[in-house]
Design a protein. Structure first.
Length: 397
């Protein structure tokens, strides 16, 4: 058994706030600000450029990558960190297409996160060799994996509804048709017990600012199955992906590990904060975390449906089929969410009508869930969401 949950004492949670948006941006871990200050004042300020060696800056991408590998069920050395999730999607897609040169189809689904689809569209336009992107409904993906599909690229947990693909089953179907498999773990890493190595997928990508609590703009990660690494031809042959960056060779020679999927100079401040944030996982049993997540989601569904008949469940009812979030559809969802936030219950909204609530068992418990449902009930019964101040949409919803 791991440590008991939740671990609220490890996080900076503002008084009076019930935070149900960790699926979008995690809460600040208590040690993160101290670590950032130390990197700025002692390492950068005191050691200057020497800190690349003396403070271990150059090793941070590998050290943090190995810690993330632990959380996604990947072997040591198989996860590279840095850059953004969109860049990592681009890298994985390009590498996958090169692995299947006779095929011209990228298969995703119409519930995938838009940025993943945008990157696929941009890559297709850049290559300009007759590739196409197909996006069937999520439940139709397996049947759509035909012999012309080069790569299947899916987000494991749907960002709107929390619906979850069966990772092993889809990967098996992709491989049976000769396709490469890429999983986006943005809404899975730190929320579920994962076995990416056991899935046999060639690639996985993800961000670290949601359930991993790395902070806004925290670095992304990419996993490559160890047996394929030396055959990967990086689309972005950056300096830090070179086998010997400081040899200053004129021609690119990729590193003989997942490090070849690194691109530019690592963001040291962000990586250091992320490394500190990942200490909150010390001793956590991910099977316990998953069980707590399902209990919290089930409780929220029961409470909201009993109190708020206006709302329609937009997530799978079966906890085994959803990630660590619950969504409800409501015609006035944006305004209702703003009213709810004004009362100290923070969730978020996704067009056209989805109110999203994330459940992070590291700092959310049953009392939070019940209190959130009670406040939501009051917002709807009093129709406080009709207040004009809740009608104007902000840039970030």
């Amino acid at each position: 058994m791991g440590v008991s949950l939740p671990r609220k004492d490890l996080f900076e949670i503002p008084d009076g706030i019930i935070y149900l948006d960790g699926n979008s941006l995690g809460v600040l871990p208590k040690g993160a600000a101290i670590r950032a200050t130390r990197v700025i004042e002692e390492e950068w300020g005191g050691q200057l450029i020497r800190a690349w060696n003396s403070a271990g800056w150059m090793d941070l991408p590998r050290v943090v990558g190995n810690r993330i590998a632990d959380l996604i069920g990947a072997p040591e050395g198989s996860v590279a960190t840095g850059d953004t999730l969109s860049i990592k999607v681009y890298q994985a897609l390009d590498a996958a297409l090169k692995m299947r040169p006779g095929r011209r189809v990228i298969l995703s689904d119409d519930g995938n996160f838009p940025s993943d689809l945008y990157m696929a569209q941009g890559l297709i336009g850049t290559i300009d060799k007759g590739y196409e992107l197909r996006t069937p409904a999520p439940e139709a993906v397996v049947d759509a994996i035909s012999e012309d599909v080069a790569v299947v690229m899916l987000t494991h947990v749907d960002y709107r509804s929390g619906r979850m693909h069966d990772m092993k089953a889809v990967t098996k179907a992709a491989h049976a048709a000769g396709a490469v498999m890429i999983w986006d773990l943005a809404h899975s890493a730190g929320a579920l017990e994962l076995d990416i190595a056991g899935s046999d997928a060639e690639f996985a990508v993800g961000c670290s600012y949601k359930y991993l609590n790395g902070g806004p703009g925290a670095p992304a990660f990419i996993y490559a199955r160890p047996d394929i690494v030396e055959g990967i031809e990086p689309a972005l042959s950056g300096w830090l992906g070179h086998d010997a960056p400081f040899a200053m060779e004129l021609d690119y020679r990729p590193a003989m590990s997942t490090e070849r999927l690194r691109v530019g100079t690592p963001p040291i401040l962000q990586l250091a904060v992320l490394q500190e944030a990942l200490t909150v996982w010390d001793g956590v049993d991910l099977s316990d975390l998953r069980a707590a997540s399902m209990r919290l989601g089930d409780l929220f569904i029961a409470e909201v449906e009993a109190r708020c008949p206006e709302l329609e469940l937009a997530s799978p009812r079966d906890a085994m089929q959803r990630g660590s979030q619950v969504s409800f559809a409501f015609e006035h969802g944006y305004s209702a969410m703003q009213a709810l936030i004004s009362r100290g219950v923070i969730g978020d909204f996704r067009a056209p009508d989805v109110m999203r609530f994330g459940f992070t068992p590291l700092y959310i418990d049953e009392s939070d869930v019940i209190a959130a449902a009670e406040i939501l009930q009051d917002v709807l019964e009093t129709e406080s969401w009709r207040d004009p101040r809740f009608q104007t949409r902000s840039r970030v919803t």
